[in-house]
Design a protein around this ligand. Sequence first.
Ligand SMILES: C[S@@+](CC[C@H](N)C(=O)[O-])C[C@H]1O[C@@H](n2cnc3c(N)ncnc32)[C@H](O)[C@@H]1O
Length: 261
Amino acid sequence: MLLLGTRLAGAALRWRLPLRYPRQLSGAAAPDLRAFIAGNTEPVREHLTPEVSLRLLTPRCRFWSQPAHLWPFSDPYWAIYWPGGQALSRYLLDNPAVTRSKRVLDVGSGCGASAIAASMSGASHILANDIDPVAAVSIQMNCELNKIPPLLVATESLVGKMEEKWDVILLGDMFYDEELAASLHNWLTEYKQLHGSEILIGDPGRSQFTHYAAQNCLQKVIEYELPEISRQENYGLTSSSVWRLLSSDIAGYQKHNTHLI
Ligand SMILES: C[S@@+](CC[C@H](N)C(=O)[O-])C[C@H]1O[C@@H](n2cnc3c(N)ncnc32)[C@H](O)[C@@H]1O
């Protein structure tokens, strides 16, 4: 019998668990869903961005030790604050100029932490994007928890979409599945060439990311040590980094300007 907490922590380690296709939610389900999320998560600040409180699934929550199949929705990736998202959000909060007055897209927003960090840093327009409709509700609840205006949320996949120009695209821990990673690689490289946007990726060194075909187009911006609790939940990961995607034409001049915090 696989417990939900073990399943999620295992996913954090192995990253082979595909996201089951999110179940559709009817509009009428939303109030019940908010009550469900409120009753089965708790506000947490023990992570790299303690100034942001997030409703997460913790070992103190009922479902953590329930069999995974009893959880009524897709695996709740939105109820975990992933190491990649933690590093990315920390970087945004410490460097508000990166998103201030900018149009920001947070792809695979999950709990919404990076989008919330962009909002706190003064971004002019933010779209939080996650294909899991339960994540969309959790993002709004986390906005309320942090007393920031509600965020615009899109639940269709925007991977591959080139039309809309974003100044900054954020991806926290999105390189966890081979197929998704391959689509992201192609899209981000082409998007960067077309729009020249700032593309920032938070990743703790997962193989799907380190084997990124465009590794030579990545510049490590900063690396953070993970707090003890995140290390325990992620089976030995000790740090997480933020990477900037460079245009292929300037990639040859990239500088490895890394600081360990
Ligand atoms: C590992 S979680 C990361 C969440 C958050 N960025 C963080 O770092 O805490 C990945 C998230 O990506 C979402 N996701 C997966 N494929 C997606 C896609 N094609 N477009 C948007 N979101 C996607 C999942 O639903 C999940 O919430």
